[in-house]
Ligand binder design. Structure first.
Ligand code: SER
Length: 888
């Protein structure tokens, strides 16, 4: 049974039982605790915690969630049970059915026949585990399902108590295992062997809420959840391996084709060598995870999610090379994995070109560092061998890892080829030092954000009502005051305070638009609001300074948005949508938004694109944008369902988690349709002019356009005009002639510089004639030692010396010239043929002189050059040189 069908059957089973089918959320859901969505329940967290009501008619839902777990990338492929990307099929009950419902639903799907829509697994092969004291679950398995008691095992916290690893809902769980038979390991059930007995489904009885960790494996239980819930997760890949009768997840229809492609590209064979097999599996696993991450908008970077993607892609490249690939490989791997995954994720079809482009750009970048890294490795290896040592330093291996992206096994392999061992312990030590640093950084970052628990009660019970789409002022009540992360009851003049209101007209920062500025006013009291942030998407926190008076909890205030600020931010936000639409017209639909920022008068827009934009493309984008302004397009906002919005063709930002009800902002009908919660002008002409400042790169695969809007655009343009007018006045030319005039001037300047250099040379040459008169007889030689004026270049020095030497021809002549250039003293020695015949070697004389001016140099017998760093020693040097010649 193909994976796609396994997914379908799962969804159908639960839809028939009244569950609402919910599409998978993006892998990069906004959750400060999670890098990626790592379980099916993550998008449902607020419903479990009772923060929001589940919007499903029967209070139950089912999903097949994309998940990524990258805790230990280095372990991938060594075991064959885990993938960094996997699909978790789940059913969820929010206060509806509990243990019995969950167990029965799962059992039915697993064991009903294929004809009846089930998976047709042999019930005799299934085992269950329950939490130590969970008699209720054990009894359901035994009495209701009829599972023999010896196939129900009880396990402790580590196995049968599920939590997210971070604060959130949790509870005991019951896991279902499939016995793959004696050829896979020993008897005794999952408690004894979890390779033979493969876990396929985890049923979590969510009833508690956990707090912060209190130790490596312990945490505080904060209390009961408002309701008893069910969260289950079935591993789609594992069930596929069982139903496809293959040994493990790498052999299934989704991943095996990548292994086959890797065999073809590298010439190596899968299944013949353990080390090579791990590499094949790394390629298959990472190709899929990498592809799915790019699909969801991640681009390679040096930190965060982007870094994980970078590591994954580089590990593929390196693994393929170690298997024997010589050229680029990622395009082929991406193509194969996109083919296998598209039936389940049709959105891949529209993103093929972009996914390949991002992956290939990263591969090329890595291949370049691979080269310099290899160079560095070779140097270090030669040095190591040169000292007679046999061990390659761990520090050096770490640098290769850290700076050149060399995973340790690549270094190990290369070292072995060079006949060296690697100080792995030293490498590990450097790695753990780095990890400790990273951890400390993370902690510091965490503490930088106020602990959000203080807002918890308000988020749950009294979220803020936002009225700012239609109102700029509102009468509100102070629900909470927070100072330095602590809830307080009063704020006095001069205090910085966070104010929580029941109603607010102020826009809280989101979707790239900065929070409003404004004031909170009540009798004799004024607060300046400097920022507004949202907590849990529902609570408005106004960061403010008490300018005068004082403030008490429960008091009424009038909240006023700074109308100018809002006007400017609104113009910039709508302008961003216009630029986005123009960009897609010019670059095509693969220019996917990667982020944006709008504040009054200014906007920036980041998008995934690997090439630099040409001036003509930028000009076209600016033109389309300003034409849209000029056409005074109507801006409409429509509240609708996510499905409807998609049908309208709305562009959604990757990585955003949209609820079921979304807001669509439409400008000029089809010109621009986006999902957006920001504030917008009513019609495009209200934006005023948009001045595009330029574009730049923001890391691998992403570019940024910046622009001014409204009056700031005008100010910018008039400043530019003033500049051009000023230039025109000083050049006495109309502005349109400026580029030509500047080009002419530059050309003239260049010619003049050349001319000056020529004159300089001629002047020197004229002096040469007089100089030769200064030559004196020293023993057998005619010698000229002379310090020319400062600033004669090395090349000119040579010209003059050659000329003088020519004038001394026929005699045993020696010419020595020097000229200081700042701290440096270039000098030259020339000897005539006759002098050379008498044994003069210019190079030796340069060395002699060098000793007096702290210099170095050398050359041929008839001409040698040097440079010193102590011009003050020159006279003594000349003297010594003459003495030397006199003695010959
Ligand atoms: N949340 C549980 C898990 O991830 C079950 O879905 O295993």
């Amino acid at each position: 049974m193909q994976t796609h069908e396994i997914r379908e059957r799962f969804t159908q089973h639960f839809v028939k039982a009244g569950h609402t089918a919910v599409p998978s959320a993006s892998l990069i859901l906004e959750d400060p605790d999670l890098l990626f969505v790592n379980a099916g329940m993550v998008p449902f967290k607020p419903y479990f915690l009772g923060q929001q009501n589940p919007p499903y008619p029967n209070g139950t839902a089912t999903s097949i969630q994309k998940c990524v777990r990258t805790l230990d990338i280095d372990e991938v492929g060594i075991t064959t049970r885990h993938n960094t990307f996997f699909q978790m099929a789940g059913n969820f009950s929010f206060g509806q059915y509990f243990k019995e419902g969950a167990i029965t639903h799962a059992w039915e799907l697993l064991t009903s026949s294929i004809e009846d829509g089930g998976y047709g697994l042999d019930p005799e092969r299934l085992w269950a585990t329950v939490y130590l004291d969970d008699d209720e679950a054990a009894e359901i398995w035994e009495k209701k399902i009829g599972l023999p008691a010896e196939r129900i095992q009880r396990l402790g916290m580590a196995d049968n108590y599920w939590h997210m690893g971070v604060p959130g809902p949790c509870g005991p769980c019951s896991e279902i295992y499939y016995d793959r038979g004696p050829e896979h390991g020993q008897e005794g059930g999952p408690a004894v062997d979890d390779t033979r007995y493969l876990e396929i489904w985890n049923l979590v009885f969510m009833e508690k809420e956990r707090g912060q960790s209190t130790g490596p494996d312990s945490f505080e239980i904060l209390g009961d959840l408002p309701k008893k819930n069910i969260d289950t997760g079935m591993g789609v890949e594992r069930v596929a391996a069982l139903l496809q009768g293959v040994d493990n997840v790498y052999e299934t229809d989704l991943l095996r084709p990548v292994i086959d492609a890797a065999q073809e590209i590298t010439g190596a064979e899968y299944g013949t060598d353990d080390t090579a097999d791990v590499r094949f599996r790394v390629i298959a696993d990472h190709s899929r995870t990498g592809m799915m991450l790019i699909l969801d908008g991640v681009t390679p970077a040096n930190e965060g999610r982007g870094y994980i993607l970078r590591r994954l892609l580089r590990r593929i490249v390196r693994s393929a090379r170690l298997l024997g690939a010589t050229g680029e490989t990622l395009e082929q791997f991406m193509t194969v994995i996109m083919d296998t995954m598209t039936p389940s994720y049709p959105e891949i079809a529209d993103n093929r070109e972009r996914i390949t482009r991002v992956a290939v750009a990263e591969e090329r970048a890595f291949l370049r560092t691979l080269e310099s890294g290899t160079h560095r490795f070779d140097e270090a290896a030669t040095k190591t061998r040169g000292t007679g040592a046999k061990v390659f330093s761990g520090e050096e291996a770490f640098t290769l890892h850290d700076t050149y992206g060399f995973p340790i096994d690549l270094t190990l392999e290369m070292a072995a080829e060079a006949g060296l061992e690697v100080d792995v312990a030293g490498f590990e030590a450097a790695m753990s030092e780095q990890r400790a640093r990273a951890k400390a950084d993370n902690l510091a970052k965490k503490h930088g954000h106020a602990d959000e628990s203080v807002y918890r009660e308000w988020v749950d019970n009294n979220p803020t009502e936002f009225v700012g789409f239609s109102e700029l002022t509102a009468d509100a009540k102070i629900l909470g005051l927070v100072a330095d992360g602590v809830s307080v009851t009063h704020a006095a003049a001069g205090d910085e305070i966070e104010v929580i209101l029941d109603v607010s007209p102020m826009y809280a920062e989101s979707g790239g638009q900065l929070g409003d500025r404004g004031r909170l006013v009540t009798d004799g009291t004024i607060l300046d609001v400097t920022d507004v942030q949202k907590i849990g998407k529902r609570l408005w926190v106004h960061k403010a300074t008490v300018v005068s008076g004082g403030l008490d909890l429960g008091q009424s205030v009038r909240a006023e948005v700074d109308a100018d600020w809002r006007h400017g931010a609104t113009q910039a936000h709508t302008a961003t949508h216009l630029i986005h639409a123009a960009l897609r017209q010019v670059l095509g639909p693969t220019a996917v938004q990667a982020g944006s920022l709008n504040r009054p008068g200014y906007l920036r827009f980041d998008f995934n694109y690997t090439e630099q934009l040409s001036p003509a493309q930028l000009e076209e984008i600016a033109l389309i944008t300003n034409q849209a302004v000029d056409s005074n397009l109507a801006v409409n906002t429509i509240e609708t369902s996510l499905d409807e919005a998609k049908k309208m063709g709305a562009m959604a930002l990757f990585g955003e988690n949209y609820g079921d009800d979304v807001r669509v902002v439409e400008i000029g009908g089809p010109f621009s349709i986006e999902l957006c919660g920001g504030t917008h002008v009513d019609s495009s002409a209200q934006i005023g002019p948009v001045a595009v400042l330029g574009e730049s790169s923001v890391g691998s695969g992403a570019r940024r356009i910046e622009a001014y809007s409204g009056m700031d655009s005008f100010k910018y343009l008039s400043k530019e005009t003033a500049l051009a007018t000023g230039l025109a006045a000083s050049l006495k030319a109309p502005t349109e002639e400026l580029p030509d005039r500047v080009a002419q001037l530059t050309e003239k300047l260049r010619a003049a510089e050349k001319e000056i250099a020529n004159l300089h040379r001629q002047q020197l040459a004229a002096q040469t004639g007089a100089l030769v008169e200064q030559a004196t007889e020293v023993g057998k030689f005619t010698v000229l030692t002379h310090r020319l004026p400062d600033g004669v270049s090395g090349g000119d020095l040579r010209t003059v010396a050659t000329d003088l030497r020519g004038r001394l021809a026929g005699r045993p002549g020696v010419v020595v010239l020097a000229s200081a250039e700042g701290e440096k003293l270039p000098f030259i020695v020339g000897a005539t043929k006759e002098a050379v015949e008498l044994g003069v070697k210019s190079g030796e004389l340069v060395k002699l002189l060098s000793g007096y001016v702290d210099g170095r140099g050398g050359g041929k017998p008839d001409m040698a050059q040097g440079s010193g760093s102590k011009p003050a020693g020159l006279d003594a040097g000349f003297h010594a040189l003459r003495e030397e010649l006199a003695g010959r």
